[in-house]
Design a binder for this molecule. Structure first.
Ligand SMILES: C[S@@+](CC[C@H](N)C(=O)[O-])C[C@H]1O[C@@H](n2cnc3c(N)ncnc32)[C@H](O)[C@@H]1O
Length: 278
């Protein structure tokens, strides 16, 4: 169950609108009123990158970090590899990956929001980075040929995609045999069955564009990756965002007993996800 009862086209429009506004404001997660606000962190070094990593890339890309982890650290990138970043935003992970794959490698950033593509392209031009290209498109229909990239990374984006099965099929299609997937994403660690409201009611009350309502459970994530053909799929919880923040629950979920509210909040996590295409 992925909250798909909500119309996918409306979700996509709401997501595009929200991230378009963030790109125009040029602010990071917590300086903006419109982003993955339920799961954002103030300082990108909390995601797993070091200050030294961030000093190597355009400042504007680091300062509009909207991620929930450090997929470039998970990906073990090698010189000469071709990388695709899904939902590249201002380009933070694209620029970090571009340094690791070097001039003989290449990094594509894919985003469906015009303003993000324009911002990231400006960042690349200003910094004179030539082994990157930002392309407009949706993850559910990636505008790249079959078996064309070595590694796919993504940072806090797949939870926002309404048709996740299609997204995983596309990820599989564009990866070369032997290719790798390294993703940071919001997941739900556990299920909803023990709670007094149904999963559907809970997801409907949570925010899609805030990166929570569309988050997969860990079991569903693993199953979808396996169904798409991936092997060695792993989901590792990094951080429980909301355990200490009861005010993160919308009013309509405060009808749950307090103990269940705490249980629900503690299940919303950022996780590292890796898998391989054999
Ligand atoms: C939470 S932001 C993360 C941006 C970036 N990965 C980072 O770490 O800063 C989500 C980004 O994904 C893009 N996005 C969301 N859904 C998408 C989809 N279905 N296809 C392409 N891009 C998408 C949004 O436009 C936005 O730029």
């Amino acid at each position: 169950m992925t909250g798909n009862r909500i119309d996918p086209a409306s979700i996509r429009e709401a997501v595009r609108d929200r991230y378009g506004r963030i790109a125009q404001q040029g602010g990071g997660c917590c300086t903006s009123s419109a982003c993955c606000d339920d799961t954002c962190v103030e300082d990108p070094t909390q995601l797993g990158y070091t200050a030294e990593d961030l000093a190597q890339i355009p400042e504007e890309a680091a300062s509009i970090s909207l991620g929930c982890g450090a997929p470039v650290k998970l990906a073990n990138l090698r010189e000469g590899e071709t990388v695709l970043d899904l939902g590249s935003g201002g380009g933070i992970d694209v620029f970090l990956a571009a340094r690791l794959v070097g001039p003989s490698g290449f990094v594509y950033g894919l985003d469906m929001t015009d303003e993000m593509i324009a911002l990231a392209t400006r960042n690349a031009q200003k910094a004179g980075v030539s082994n990157v290209r930002f392309i407009k498109g949706e993850i559910e229909a990636i505008p790249l040929p079959d078996a064309s990239v070595d590694v796919i990374i993504s940072n806090c984006v797949l939870n926002l995609v309404p048709d996740k099965e299609r997204a995983f099929r596309e990820i599989w299609r564009v990866l070369k045999p032997g290719g790798r997937l390294a993703v940071s994403d919001i997941v739900v660690d556990g299920g909803f069955d023990d709670l007094l409201l149904s999963e559907e009611q809970i997801r409907a009350a949570l925010s899609w564009t805030g990166c929570v309502a569309g988050a997969l459970t860990i079991d569903t994530y693993l199953r979808m990756l396996q169904d798409a053909g991936f092997v060695d799929a792993r989901v590792t919880v990094r951080y429980r965002y909301l355990s200490d923040n009861p005010s993160a629950l919308p009013e309509s979920l405060r009808v749950l007993p307090e103990e269940q509210q705490r249980a629900l909040l503690s299940r919303i996590c950022s996780a590292d996800i890796t898998a391989c295409k054999p």
